[in-house]
Design a protein around this ligand. Structure first.
Ligand SMILES: [Ca+2]
Ligand SMILES: [Ca+2]
Length: 574
């Protein structure tokens, strides 16, 4: 039960801002409790004896070995619950347990929400009462003997409180946790480090970072971290000047939401057989530090081969890799400035996190909020979508503030919103990973349950009501038109703009033409984030569009690439 809050929340975090409580009837905490009890209940069926150790291993796995204290402490607090789960497995549903714990409840005027099939003869209420008797001593152990009838917040528990606070800190900023010179570039990978922005090759000097122009032609040291520096003594010319000065090298930024950050929740974590075997949790990964995002493998700023196949599999290709291949002077000049759940309103705030001054090399910014402006959790979802007028205002504000800071010849590619109308039809009747083991939970059940607790990542496209889904698509198309209008009408002396239709429609069409099924392209847990199969296809389509509509955004091929490779090898790696 150590993941009580977090697996469930992360599931939803892909598309909503990271807040630890929202929704009705216990909302996101109820969801977390139900999902984690569901998974661990299944684990207990297979492998009950070692569930505590399995939980502790998961802590190490998610947080990395050095930061596991908060998680391990939380597991120890929740231990009695683990044993109750073993006792109850197969007898009551996870919904029942979470209601008995008062983490799920029924708010005034709301329906009772449940994910797993309701017990026959509507036994839910009487089962809840029975489990409450068993839960009572545990709750008294935690909260004392006062009234437990009020809904409880898991983050109020001693021990768990520290874990919640820790995670809030991790997921708070968009700057690297380890950045000793404060230039927004880091020498470590995780926690908004080099997984997100090119590695800082000298993290105690804020004048040395990827993307800057060379310092005195980088004769004495590598000021822009591209691995090229020193002097060609025979010719008396600095290597950086010889290889890069005329190359029009430039950097790439992905600026947007969870799609740009490559949200991915390993489905192995939903598989009780794999969890019990413990194999997938053997290596500490610190996945949580990267907010369940995998920018290092993404279509925009991906740069490394996948080495953890138990968590994620597939091929990596990206706009960054292609720009780097085109011109090796671009080495390490990438930034992924994305945040799960970001809307156009968030872009206005997050734009300050793009690290670039007008003295640096030009930048190509892929700006895309794929769906959060039309996706929300509210029952009246249509009223809560961003209006075209407001969207125009937000995007204009972002562009104007970028125009003030970006180097000349920078380019902004505005990417249209996704058309999510395929999601419901593709998935609703399929089994969701949490229901695969017993064959009892389909995507439409998950969607309805989200809606019931008002925590849905996208009420519009996940609604069973087709007219609501159509209205959501309509607004997404309108907002894409706003992007296109801005891209074609904005006049600037300093920067250029272009519009890129959302590549996903073409990705789906190409895939279907080859005989593939649409669901194979999306994350199984949430059903709508493009998975690692889709990432390289997106990169390819996006690249071709950029190349034909805005060739200046990718720059020319550097004729010195072979010489750079020969002279500087892997240029210090990533
Ligand atoms: Ca730094
Ligand atoms: Ca250099």
């Amino acid at each position: 039960m150590n993941l009580v809050v977090f697996i469930g929340i992360a599931l939803i975090f892909g598309s909503v801002p990271p807040t630890l409580s929202y929704g009705v009837n216990g909302g996101v905490q109820c969801a977390a409790c139900t999902i984690v009890s569901g998974i661990f209940g299944q684990v207990a069926e297979i492998h009950s004896t070692d569930i505590l150790n399995i939980s502790l291993n998961i802590c190490d796995h998610l947080f990395g070995p050095s930061t596991n204290n908060a998680c391990r402490k939380a597991v120890q607090i929740l231990e009695p619950l683990l044993f109750l789960l073993i006792e109850l497995q197969g007898k009551v549903t996870p919904d029942t347990l979470c209601y008995a714990l008062n983490i799920c409840h029924q708010d005034h005027g709301e329906k009772v929400c449940h994910l797993f099939p309701v017990p026959s003869n509507n036994l839910l209420q009487s089962e809840i009462e029975l489990v409450k008797i068993k839960v009572k001593p545990i709750l008294e152990g935690w909260y004392g003997t006062d009234d437990h009838s009020k809904g409880k917040n898991i983050c109020e528990l001693p021990g768990v409180r520290d874990l919640c606070a820790y995670l809030s800190t991790i997921w708070d900023g968009m700057e690297p946790a380890y950045d000793f010179d404060g230039d927004k570039f880091s020498s470590s990978e995780k926690w908004r480090g080099s997984h997100w922005r090119g590695r800082d090759c000298f993290d105690v000097n804020s004048d040395i970072y990827p993307g800057r122009r060379p310092y005195y032609a980088d004769v004495n040291f590598d000021a822009n971290c591209n691995g090229i520096w020193g002097l060609d003594k025979e010719a008396g010319i600095p290597w950086e000047t010889k290889f890069c000065a005329a190359s029009k090298s430039r950097g790439i930024v992905m600026f947007g939401d969870s799609v740009g950050a490559h949200f991915h929740f390993p489905s192995a974590w939903f598989n009780p057989a794999l969890i019990s075997k413990d194999a997938i949790f053997k290596n500490p990964t610190g996945v949580l530090l990267d907010e369940f995002d995998w920018p290092q493998y993404s279509f925009s700023t991906g740069f490394k081969n996948i080495t953890d196949p138990e968590l994620i599999q597939g091929h990596v290709d990206s706009i960054y890799l292609r720009m780097r291949k085109r011109n090796l002077c671009n080495h390490r000049d990438y930034q992924n400035v994305c945040r799960n759940g970001a809307t156009s309103f968030d872009l206005v705030k997050n734009v300050k996190n793009i690290a670039r001054s007008f003295n640096d090399k030009p930048l190509t910014i892929l700006l895309g909020v794929f769906g959060n402006d039309v996706c929300n959790r509210f029952p009246d979802t249509l009223k809560n979508m961003t209006s075209t007028k407001q969207f125009y205002k937000n995007i204009m504000q972002v562009i104007q503030s970028l125009e003030k800071t970006l180097p000349a010849k920078s380019h902004i590619a505005l990417i249209g919103l996704v058309n999510g109308s395929f999601i419901y039809d593709t998935l609703s009747e399929r089994l969701h990973p949490i229901g695969e083991y017993h064959g009892n939970v389909r995507y439409k059940d998950v969607f309805k349950w989200f809606e019931c607790m008002q925590i849905s990542p996208c009420n519009g496209w996940l609604s069973e009501n087709k007219s609501i889904r159509d209205a959501t698509t309509k607004r997404a198309v309108e907002l894409s038109h706003v992007m296109k209008y801005i891209a074609t009408s904005y006049i600037s002396k300093n920067i250029s703009l272009s519009y890129v239709p959302n590549p996903l429609t073409q990705v789906i069409n190409n895939w279907a033409k080859k005989g593939g099924e649409v669901w194979q392209l999306f994350e199984p847990i949430d059903g709508f984030h493009p998975n690692q199969v889709a990432q390289p296809i997106i990169a390819d389509i996006l690249w071709k569009t950029l190349k034909s509509t805005a060739p200046e955004s990718i720059g020319p091929i550097n004729p010195h690439n072979k010489e750079i490779l020969k002279m500087f090898g892997d240029q210090g790696g990533h």
